[in-house]
Design a protein. Structure first.
Length: 191
């Protein structure tokens, strides 16, 4: 059918116009419009009922919640924690964006701009593929987390771990580099 329509679309349009010009076509069209009106009217009534009942439902829900919390506060807290975990699992990127904004004072757009200014690569090793856990904001620990002067760049997880384990000490990183280079020289001399 699609191929035939593609070959001669005007013919199909004319057939549709001819059908709607007949009494049967007009009646079918009217009938479907009436059904649509009935369906929409039922939807509008249901929405209006919910909207008018909302304050009453909210009051009842709030009272029920208060009653259940006073009866079993520990169970209510456990249920809240479980619901929060479930929400975070379902909304991982929103939760991560919220945490970054709260912890570092940066919006997701600002973090994306920092990564773009680095060419979409890790500031240390230059990889463009982060690990499963994504990118990390590297920051100088002598500044407060939200102080933008302390934000150094975006790094991958392995580089973030290296910097953290070295306690941001360049001498430790230099010593580690010398150690690795020394081992390579020994291997080259042995072969």
């Amino acid at each position: 059918m699609k191929a035939a329509y593609d070959r001669d679309p005007e013919r199909f349009r004319q057939r549709t116009r001819d059908y709607h010009a007949t009494d049967a076509g007009r009646e079918t069209h009217r009938r479907s419009r009436r059904l649509d009106k009935k369906r929409n009217a039922a939807r509008v009534r249901a929405t209006e009922r919910r909207r008018t009942a909302m304050p009453e439902v909210k009051k009842r829900t709030k009272a029920n919640r208060k009653r259940l919390r006073s009866a079993d506060p520990e169970g209510a807290r456990a249920k809240d924690r479980a619901n929060a975990r479930k929400w975070r699992a379902m909304n991982r990127s929103r939760w991560n964006s919220y945490q970054r904004a709260r912890r570092y004072g940066l919006t997701p757009a600002e973090i994306d701009a920092m990564l773009a200014s680095q060419g979409g690569r890790c500031a240390v090793c230059g990889t463009d593929k982060p690990t499963r856990r994504g990118w990390f904001l590297d920051h100088d620990h002598s500044f407060a987390l939200t102080d933008r002067r302390g934000h150094r760049g975006i790094v991958c997880m392995p580089c973030n771990s290296i910097l953290g384990l070295a306690k941001d000490d360049p001498e430790v990183l230099d010593a580690a580099a010398r150690y690795i280079l020394g081992h390579r020289v020994k291997l080259a001399a042995a072969s």
